[in-house]
Write a protein of this length. Sequence first.
Lengths: 260, 260
Amino acid sequence: MEGVRLVEEALGSGCRVEAVLFSESGERHRERLAALIAREEMGFPVLQTTDRLFEGIADTEHPQGVAALVVPGKFVLEEVLEGRGKRTQDPPSQTEGGAPGPLIVVLAGVQDPGNVGTILRTAAAFGATGIVTAATGQSGTASPYAPKAMRASAGAALHLPIVGGVGLGILLTQLRVRGIRSLASCVAESAGAVAPWEVDWREPVALLVGNEGAGLPEDVVASADARVHVPMATRVESLNAAAAAAVVLYEAFRQRRSNP
Amino acid sequence: MEGVRLVEEALGSGCRVEAVLFSESGERHRERLAALIAREEMGFPVLQTTDRLFEGIADTEHPQGVAALVVPGKFVLEEVLEGRGKRTQDPPSQTEGGAPGPLIVVLAGVQDPGNVGTILRTAAAFGATGIVTAATGQSGTASPYAPKAMRASAGAALHLPIVGGVGLGILLTQLRVRGIRSLASCVAESAGAVAPWEVDWREPVALLVGNEGAGLPEDVVASADARVHVPMATRVESLNAAAAAAVVLYEAFRQRRSNP
């Protein structure tokens, strides 16, 4: 995790931190992080290096000179589907509304790390309880922990239970066994697809999001319980993958709030 | 405009095209564009160049070898506020629902060209009738016609009436004179801010979107008719500027459709 904002997020996330590294010019951020680093349970080394060496390991062009080595939480599919192990700084009393059950986001072939990060950030903001990443026959899903995805997620990846490498067939079966409705997000209009406001999001649901260009594999769409499509003003227009996911997750959140 | 998809969009937009350029390897896209280029009203030269020269002028790393020189439509503030001069390939009969009046998006200090492009794409998809770009005291707004913004907008910038360089004071006055409600989009929760679903979007409205970090200038927020904030599941989370705009414009579209 690189940059003062993400390191701060990591230190407050409850994830295990192995080390924090400051460069010479990064020292100016030490005060902001001091209270978090000083906490008793933080037994990791705080290291120093030169600006030149830091630039060599940094992923960004103009690094802020602060980085942390973080071990993200490990989850199994069962925990993610049940929403167990959710990490958040927020005491439950600050949460608006009661979550009526799982709201899972399944990324199936989302290739761009920026899109993966943005969708995770939106998912966290709208109360998703877990994330599954899966590859399709055609494409993999970018790692939520890749530097670009982490920056786009603003650290949200550390607050959500995430599981990867699950086969889509197994996943669809598991969802059915647990009574979680699977909704395939479709970019193109298709017969039988419903608008986001036509879905009852207060039920336990999993939203499947596919590849930016190709969408979800046909057999996955066919096996899902329903298809959801965001209607648009004119047929020439379209939404990018992250914007479409934001809209659908907002609708879920709007319905799930106690006072809609 | 670079790339086969954007050139296609430009040729179909009704905007004036000054020239189309193919590189050697770009020739493979000529067939896809042939029908559009051959139309009678298209009196522009079709030029050819080598791959090497094309790479020299291209903005992308792996150019597709097709580019067009396009003159975007010029609009004055009056036309944009009235939604006149909207360019779209869609005949009105294909438009879902009737637009109940202006839905203006004002970009005030949105610095990232990717965000500007994504917001324009979302605005077009959800039936915005016009776009105003403005600078604030703290920051300018990236040009909608910059290559990165154009790619992120998927050409939507060519379908929308856009006017730039308007002072925010003048704009707020003009909105009031025309009976268009101004809504300041606020990233942080603030007293008196309403949720998107609490706004009546069927009225003529202008949504003001501010800088990614700093938001809208305080005096603009104070002068707007209302503040709109997207509620979130927990206070630690946040939305990026483009995702927040997508959600708010979706809500406007949802309400404006004839059969909500």
